[in-house]
Design a protein around this ligand. Sequence first.
Ligand code: ADP
Ligand code: MG
Length: 533
Amino acid sequence: MPLAPSGKHATLPVIPPSGELRLLNEIIQKINSGMSLDEVFNLIYDRLREFVPYHRIAVALVDPKREILSITAAKSDGKMVLTRGYTGVIAGSSLEPLVREGRTRIINDLQEYLARKPSSDSTRLIVKEGMRSSLTLPLLVEGQPIGVMFFSSRLPDAYRPAHEEFLRGIVGHVAMAIERSRLMDALREKSDYLENILNNSTDAIVVVDMENRIRTWNEGARRIFGYDESEVLGKHVGMLVAEEGQSEEEMNRIRDQVERDGFLKDYECVRRTKDGRKIISSITSTLLRDKQGRAIGRSSIVRDVTRLRKLQEDLVKSQSLAAVGELAATVAHEIKNPLAGISGAIQVLEDAIPRSDPRRSVVGEILEQIRRLDNTVRDLLAFSRPTAPVRQEIDVGETLARAWSLLAPQPGASEVRFAIAGGEGMRLLADAHLLEQVWINLFQNAIEAMPRGGELRVLVHDGESIRIEVRDTGSGIDAAHVGKLFRPFFSTKTRGTGLGLAISRKIVEAHGGSIWFATRPGIGTSVFVELPQ
Ligand code: ADP
Ligand code: MG
């Protein structure tokens, strides 16, 4: 029969051990079944009354720095002042020995205690609530106090060491439940954090199994490759490989290497996105194992380095171009003047040789070669000089017509039919002289690509920007050469300088435009120039 103590020296309640044990078991089971802390607290508040007297229970926890104690749960049969959210500094407080050393405290006359310790705010508040005695136990986890649990009664002299004995077991389990729930919170936070990383990563994070099937696909992967999770889960990761027919083999090779070494670092390869774009990706993979240590797959971080590689390439190119340009300018200057001198001297010689003299044709050939050299030097200088366009309002059609009129007289052009479509009266802010150089270079290449004649058509499209297509019906360009066309000195011609397109691109880019090729060997070539309006 449970008894509340009455009077100053109440007899201890007689607790049938079996009932006590049953309750203890029940509470422990509920705690261990993953009950929330609030539920555990309510259960204790509802059920312990049978064995311990109280009108109020509260739990206060120590902060991670062990400086502050805050009430996290409190329940009573009346109005509460000292309740959830109340915090107090531990140092110097009457609770300090409990929190520091894990001691238990029984105060069987709170009013008398307050008279002795008037500075204890919490005692004053609890007395105000009508409590007269209290039993406070530390919440111990592995011997370390993580907080305290208060039992308070409206009756004075309510607590005995036997109550303390009885509660210690339960309170120990409460402490463990609290600790577990804190760990769970920390774990949840951590997995939220991991999930955050997984989803906010700009890199693709992809997990594949040993059959190379995709098992995890994050937001970064969707952004880089364009596929939604539902489109790829369970599919062979080879679907991302750029070259068809190689996927199976490459993926197996990667898998085997990761299995052998445990990882694969910064592996660079070409991958294909959903919309067919090729991207350069850098892959770092780690082997995943199960508890028995068997390889079960790999987790890969895939970074899109296309832009980075392009920038690096451009940098290298611009650096070597600048060096080449500097050298070219120096050499060209060195050659230009003597060349003019030689040319002048030979002309004097030529004049001195009678027209009937066969040596005169030799001199003519020398002069012809000098003209070629002079052209090369001019190209070199044009290429190496910084191209700063002097922009004026110009008529695009006019610059095209003038460029053609300069080339038309040469023998190779006689079999080429030339036509301009569109662009009449189209005006543009640009450097007419520089643009003419571009057209001359493109027309010249077209003429040279059609040694037996053909058609050279210029199509001008007006849009957000002006697009000029220079289309010939010539030889076309070998696939192996397409990537090198704009490189200075790249030429497939015995007498080419290989500077025409390099200069043209420089000029077009100085106008904020771009230039590119479309070609079909044996059918012809189109060069596109796009200039912003
Ligand atoms: P060059 O004309 O002195 O060779 P360019 O820079 O003008 O130098 O051109 C580089 C190369 O690009 C040429 O040698 C040629 O192989 C190729 N090419 C350029 N335009 C055409 C074209 N319209 N048709 C075929 N090949 C072309
Ligand atoms: Mg050329």
